[in-house]
Ligand binder design. Structure first.
Ligand code: DAH
Length: 340
């Protein structure tokens, strides 16, 4: 019971600091209390379980209270699509329950969680775009015309030759240019870009034409593979709430040299058994930014070096929430969405 009291205080301070108050329900602290139920001796279990549930109800009450104190709630919004006359008095209008107001899409919730970690690590956040050109998608990333690796990206293209970005790397050149001033001040360029990407894929449970990636770029003086490993490990440890071993395997991308596939030891929350196949989890592509990519953004590769990485988001959300089919995310199926 003492432990629950203590967790309550910690959750309260966590709650105070959250921009999106609903995220308190996803706190690892609350999950740990629920997971603890099965560890409790059988005769105390009911009492403990009740107290944990009461705490969860209390968190929900904090969220509701916060929502109703929120100044937006005081101004009555005009819903032009509402099926009643605008002059209908509020008592005559159908009541809308807080619980019916909908919720954030699970991908949005996850992206907020992810960028919150990177922001605390000092990264700025930029958006990508939904239409781009050959230069940003390929040329500036060291895929010259006719380069065979272009075919790996199954790009959607308009008749005019514009491209729906097939990776968030399409933003590397812009981000490097936008933040190049940091280097003159002796500061690094440190940016993440979470956004949608599009590929002309054959669709199945693990392939969707529209999905999300998060790109990261870090450039400065004397930046090495050691910094790459340290940065990605720090992120993964924070995201999964556990110290994890990491593994780099050689790979190929035109825009990095050397290029790697970054794997982590499978976190406890995602472990099914102790078999060798369950041991490592390959999560992302990364590498040291190719000198030609730095040059194309006007950065001298003799003076500065950097690393970059690109990570799919759906897979992380699917593993965390045991979602079996990637196509649910874009389906707009309320039965799926209401679970979150
Ligand atoms: N753009 C790559 C893809 O979609 C992922 C990636 C790999 C991004 C390595 C990077 C990187 O920035 O360094 O397959």
């Amino acid at each position: 019971m003492k432990e629950i009291e203590k967790a309550r205080d910690e959750l309260r301070s966590e709650f105070e600091s959250l921009a999106d108050k609903k995220l308190v329900l996803r706190s690892v602290k609350l999950k740990a209390l629920f997971d603890g139920i099965k560890e409790i001796e059988p005769d105390k279990r009911a009492e403990y379980g009740k107290a944990v549930n009461a705490l969860k109800n209390e968190l929900e009450a904090w969220i509701d209270e916060h929502a109703s104190n929120n100044s937006y709630a005081e101004i009555e919004a005009i819903d032009v699509t509402a099926p009643w006359d605008i002059n209908t008095s509020s008592d005559e209008k159908p009541r809308i329950l807080t619980s019916d107001r909908g919720s954030k899409h699970p991908l949005r919730t996850e992206i907020e969680l992810i960028i919150n970690i990177y922001q605390r690590m000092g990264f700025a956040v930029e958006e990508s775009r939904e239409i781009d050109d050959d230069y940003h998608m390929f040329e500036s990333l060291n895929f010259p015309e006719g380069h065979p690796a272009r075919d790996d990206y199954d790009t959607f293209m308009t008749d005019e030759g514009l491209i729906a970005p097939a990776h968030t790397s399409t933003m590397q050149n812009r981000v490097l240019r936008k933040y190049a001033g940091n280097l003159d001040k002796g500061e690094p360029i440190a940016v993440v870009v979470p956004d949608r990407v599009f590929r002309n894929e054959d669709l199945d449970a693990t392939h969707e034409h529209t999905f999300y990636q998060i790109e990261g770029v870090y450039v400065g003086k004397g930046v090495t593979v050691g910094n790459l490993i340290a940065t990605l490990s720090a992120f993964m440890n924070e995201y999964f709430g556990q110290e994890l071993k990491t593994k780099l395997q050689p790979f190929y991308f035109p825009f990095t040299e050397p290029s790697f596939e970054f794997a982590i030891e499978r976190p406890d929350v995602l472990k099914k058994d102790d078999s060798e196949e369950q041991k490592w989890l390959e999560l992302l592509g990364c590498g040291m930014i190719h000198p030609n990519v730095l040059k194309s953004a006007g950065i001298d590769p003799e003076v500065y070096t950097g690393f970059a990485w690109g990570n799919g988001i759906e897979r992380m959300v699917m593993m965390k929430n045991q979602i079996e089919d990637i196509r649910h995310f874009e389906s707009g199926n309320l039965k799926f969405l209401r679970q979150f």
